[in-house]
Design a protein around this ligand. Structure first.
Ligand SMILES: Nc1ncnc2c1ncn2[C@@H]1O[C@H](COP(=O)(O)OP(=O)(O)OP(=O)(O)O)[C@@H](O)[C@H]1O
Ligand SMILES: [Mg+2]
Length: 264
């Protein structure tokens, strides 16, 4: 099971779109995908037609349990209308977690422990993070094999990226335990100077950690979200979808490399 967290403390950079796009492609290839919505706004949950106010159970229940059983996890997990895509939904109550139980023992590892219990049930887990640093982000970073950091190619992007890097630094327990991350330039518009210049600065600053292609700006993403469908199913021949396929090939190659490193 491969676990990727999609995170950036800046809002509206394409986190949820990245999760849904990769999920669609993976599912169509026959991979079993679990999506985890850790954002109290529940955009990913509503993307798959669920109203978080009307659900019997959400991710919140897993945090309440601290060490949730596989029965509880499976009870809360929802099927979607797309083959191979399951969803652990969010609820608005997740916004209260930090205040209500942020200091409880073991709170940072709830997701990691939960995923260990269901590791044979899925091939890929994609965690959609809220744009804030809190219990949810801490859990996502601790549970994942790699952090995908979508960065919108516009002028304010670098500030957000710097903030994200600070978070990685604060949270890394030791040098050996370094987070693996890949920066993904998103909403790239080759006709604008802002896109070109921002991409150049991101590459200068973060070098190898930056994926060497881009996700282009593509109106099909918004159309797909209006239809509540993964872009790869709604518009399989779109430029944006092709870019996410290329990204997936790149990420899979990185995973193979990581597994080899662990074996050696
Ligand atoms: N490559 C793209 N081209 C055009 N529109 C895009 C692209 N990626 C995302 N969008 C659109 O931009 C908006 C924000 O994207 P998204 O919701 O994925 O961002 P987010 O980082 O998850 O936001 P938040 O921080 O609020 O959770 C959405 O309307 C989405 O359809
Ligand atoms: Mg989002």
């Amino acid at each position: 099971m491969i676990v990727w967290a999609v995170a950036n403390q800046k809002g509206g950079v394409g986190k949820t779109t990245t999760v849904v796009s990769l999920a669609g492609i993976l599912a169509q290839k026959g991979q079993r995908v679990l999506l985890i919505d850790t954002d109290p706004h529940a955009s990913l949950t509503s993307y798959f037609d669920y109203d978080s106010d009307r659900l019997d159970g959400t991710l919140y229940e897993l945090f309440q349990a601290v060490k949730p059983s596989s029965e509880l996890i499976n009870k809360v997990t929802l099927k979607t209308r797309f083959d191979n895509i399951s969803l652990l939904p969010a609820s608005i109550t997740l916004a209260t977690l930090d205040r209500v139980m942020g200091n409880r023992e073991g709170m940072g590892l709830v997701l990691k422990r939960a995923l260990l219990r269901i590791q044979d049930s899925y091939d890929y887990v994609l965690i959609d993070c809220p744009p804030v640093l809190g219990v949810m982000m801490v859990n996502a970073l601790a549970a994942c094999d790699r952090i995908l950091v979508p960065v919108q190619t516009e002028f304010l992007a670098l500030k957000g990226l710097e903030r994200m890097m600070k978070t990685f630094e604060i949270m890394q327990r030791s040098k050996r335990d370094k987070f693996r991350f890949t920066v993904i330039p998103t909403m790239f518009d080759k006709r604008t100077r802002a896109s070109l210049l921002t991409l150049k600065s991101i590459k200068e600053q973060y070098g190898e950690a930056v994926w060497n292609a881009v996700i282009p700006i593509d109106t099909k993403f918004r159309d797909a979200s209006l239809e509540h469908m993964p872009p790869s199913i709604f518009a399989p021949a779109s430029r944006g979808c092709y870019a996410y396929q290329t990204l997936l090939t790149h990420l899979d190659a990185l995973e193979r490399k990581r597994v080899q490193e662990v074996v050696v």
